[in-house]
Ligand binder design. Sequence first.
Ligand SMILES: Cc1ncc(COP(=O)(O)O)c(C=O)c1O
Length: 484
Amino acid sequence: MSEAIREFLDRASPPTPCLVMDLDTVRANYLAMRGALPEASVLYAVKANPALEIVRLLAGLGSGFDVASPGEIDLCLAEGVEAVRLSYGNTIKKAADIAYAYRLGVRRFSFDSADDLENLGRLAPGSVVACRFLVDAPASGTPFGAKFGCATAEAIALLSRASSLGLRPAVCFHVGSQQRDPSAWLSGARQAVEIVKALADKGIDVESINIGGGFPVGYVTAAPSLEECVAAVRGVHPRLFVEPGRALVATAGTIRAEVVSIAQRADRWVYLDIGRYNGLAETENEYIAYRLTCSRPSTPDGPVIIAGPTCDGDDVLYQRTPYRLPLALRAGDRVDIQHAGAYTASYSSVSFNGIAPLATYFVGGSAEVGSFAGRHVLAELHGVEAAVLDDDGFLREALERSLKQAGATVCDVVSKSFDPQGVTVLALLAESHASVHTYPERGSVFVDVFTCGQRADPVQAVRLLGEALGATVSRVQTVHRGQS
Ligand SMILES: Cc1ncc(COP(=O)(O)O)c(C=O)c1O
């Protein structure tokens, strides 16, 4: 955990569970990736953590982006990233998704099947199309199995067809996420070179090789360095891409959770307020074993089974991986989950068991974003009970809680009730202001949240307020103000 995260958690004591991301660590990880393989262009795999703050920071540092869907394309474009900096890296896409991406200017796609290639030929003319082949490598921490990638021979045939369709052939592979064996990249590089040579023999040029992501993080034990992983890739092609997700964001995030209860049966069960469905999806099959630190002194300790808060039998984090936690651990104690910035918030369910998605707070990064910058979110809420919209105490409390959970610093909240009905609530924030104006007779509310800087997320504040009021949120507009 970085000092900035520790300082924020001590000072703000946000409701748990929550994820705190240090943008300075994201920047350092990006620069380390660039340093390890300077000849490669970086495409950040947005799925690892799609927070706007991260996309904006990396865009400012010159990164490109690996996007998996129209939603991720929209997210990057909304942050001002040019479409030519995007690569549609998901091999599973509808024809309509290809058409959408192409219409918006995306010209780089991955594929691994004849069907997808024919769609690309028809709907993305002239684009660079990278054929993903299956790497002959040991399984990774979170393996893809045989879901993606064709055999080397098929890749050669598909790329020959791509060339005849007027597309620009390229090659890509992914050794599996959290790959701890650097020889995997050596295998990938060898197979890629074999494909490039076979195509050269047919007079077909390969535009680039994308060596994917998969770079491992030292969750509990140290992981091989980036330099070891990419050693075999240097110089294999004049145009290289890397597509890291985990390696850029995992170490930048800490999840703060809380012990809900402890049951002593044949085993000692520790139930946390975070589990498989609200952020720790990668504990499936106990693939990722996070390092946990507790607010209690660590000794004496004893073995535990660790489980999440939902009524689902699968929501057990670790029962085979040996974990030990302090014997003095009690309900209400804090548990910090380290290196949790990747594949956590983005995997969190919308409301399984009525549990809200994992809230994210940001620290650091101010040097990149400048201080004269903010987001103004305007929205309408509908379908709220009239009594709620006339209850100024409840509205003040709901607005304050939503703003705090979204990272804002609330200095004051005032309200005014009107005759015969309706309330205006105004929150004074260190980041600027927020307001709510209600129409009980219609069940509707105008909401307006303006926050400067990067710490608070006004979109999240509006969403949380909508949840608190049981409302449908509509007509959300975001106006970026000041420096972009
Ligand atoms: C196509 C693609 N590229 C890159 C990544 C990022 O991988 P990692 O987070 O292991 O670096 C993924 C992860 O699933 C992926 O599917």
